[in-house]
Design a protein around this ligand. Structure first.
Ligand SMILES: Cc1ncc(COP(=O)(O)O)c(C=O)c1O
Length: 383
């Protein structure tokens, strides 16, 4: 079986994890946590990061520190993994679902339309005319590692007084090559940025996450809340409700080793994407790989094959490929159609259902060989 995406642990990860274990520093205190945070901050060219248990925890803390309160609203994508949405509900707030555009990222034209036509600026914040609730924030996801239109998102967030949370869980290493944010990494342009080191991500710690923020004081607050909001190390004094969201030293040791591989993995991901694209050229009228944002060096985490030919049925293609020994998958069931969110507000969600019904993700692990990719390409041509 050629799997969809598997972690590749081939550098110093084992050495570092062994060291953490033999020193006895296996839980959340330990030098690898600090080292991983510092090395991530250097890589991302930010002042500070805080290591946490997951990307979901990173998003939860980001929304909390953005001031999202019960009864308020957050604008989120209809098309993305559900973990980008659920933290809104953890805080007792409501999501408003926005469509994607042809990049699969949040549609900034529709977003601007919504903010302009459907909302009113008030002294308390931006009010949604329909629900009468205050909209506090936007969560924008860099889908599959593809840079979202941060120039427009930052402008809109400023203009309408909204906090901007970048869900960069899939986009570690994606950075602008051009434009006003030239050199800036996904996750470092909004008020908060969240990363994930889940097993299927471009680098992994088994499970884990990281937060960064425009204001470094907020990163400190994230670390504080992630460690049970402990105000006195001896006497168990806690002045806030905290969480057990800390990353362990063993996870961080894996992270330090994986971070050393990141640039190499991105190079391979781009190379393999181009290999598939070239190999699939002769069937491009039937199926084509979705492009990435040309203004950015994208990490090319996942490859999305758009089925152009209507006679190609997504689910039967997935089945056929599975029988041939190739694992693929459809993209996520749309969030506003999930049981918990069916009654939430949506704003002209039109493109997301089209892409959801016409895209499959191809195997994309960094240890794919040319023979593996040839096998996938030939199977697709046959189908
Ligand atoms: C878009 C998106 N948001 C959030 C998450 C949550 O990250 P984690 O699994 O580390 O909690 C993921 C990945 O799992 C994701 O793909």
């Amino acid at each position: 079986m050629i799997p969809l995406s598997v972690p590749v642990i081939k550098g110093n990860e084992k050495k570092y994890a062994d060291e953490a274990i033999s020193n006895g520093w296996v839980s959340a205190s330990g030098s690898y946590v600090t080292r991983f945070e510092n090395e991530m901050a250097d890589y991302l060219k930010v002042e500070k990061t805080a290591a946490v248990q997951s990307g979901t925890a990173a998003l939860h803390l980001s929304l909390l520190l953005s001031g999202v309160k019960p009864g308020e609203e957050v604008i989120v994508p209809a098309l993305t993994f559900i973990a980008a949405v659920n933290p809104v509900k953890y805080l007792g707030a409501e999501p408003v679902f926005m469509d994607c555009d042809d990049s699969l990222n949040i549609d900034c034209e529709k977003l601007e339309d919504f903010l302009k036509k459907e909302c009113t600026k008030t002294t308390l914040g931006l009010r949604n005319n329909k629900s009468k609730r205050i909209i506090r924030a936007i969560t924008a996801v860099h889908i599959f590692g593809n840079m979202a239109d941060m120039e427009t998102l930052v402008r809109l967030a400023d203009e309408y007084g909204l906090k901007l949370i970048e869900d960069a869980t899939e986009a570690l290493g994606t950075r602008y090559k051009d434009g006003i944010f030239q050199g800036k990494f996904a996750g470092t342009m909004g008020d908060f940025g969240a990363y994930s080191f889940n097993g299927n991500k471009i680098i992994t710690t088994g499970g884990g996450g990281m937060v960064t923020a425009k204001n470094a004081a907020n990163v400190k607050k994230c670390a504080y809340l992630a460690a049970q909001a402990k105000d006195d190390p001896l006497n168990y004094v806690h002045n806030h409700i905290g969480y057990n969201y800390r990353m362990t030293n063993v996870q961080a040791a894996l992270g330090v080793g994986q971070l050393e591989c990141l640039e190499d993995y991105i190079r391979i991901k781009i190379q393999n994407y181009n290999y598939y694209r070239e190999g699939l050229k002769t069937i491009q009228d039937a199926a084509v790989l979705m492009p990435f944002n040309e203004k950015a060096r994208n990490n090319h985490w996942f490859y999305s094959l758009l089925l152009r030919n209507k006679t190609l049925k997504r689910d039967s293609l997935i089945r056929q490929l599975k029988e041939a020994g190739i694992e693929t998958r459809p993209i996520w069931k749309l969030n506003h159609t999930q049981t918990m969110y069916q009654n939430c507000q949506t704003y002209f969600v039109e493109k997301a259902p089209f892409y959801q019904s016409r895209i499959i993700n191809l195997p994309c692990s960094v240890n794919l060989t040319e023979a593996d990719m040839d096998f996938v390409i030939e199977a697709l041509k046959k189908s």
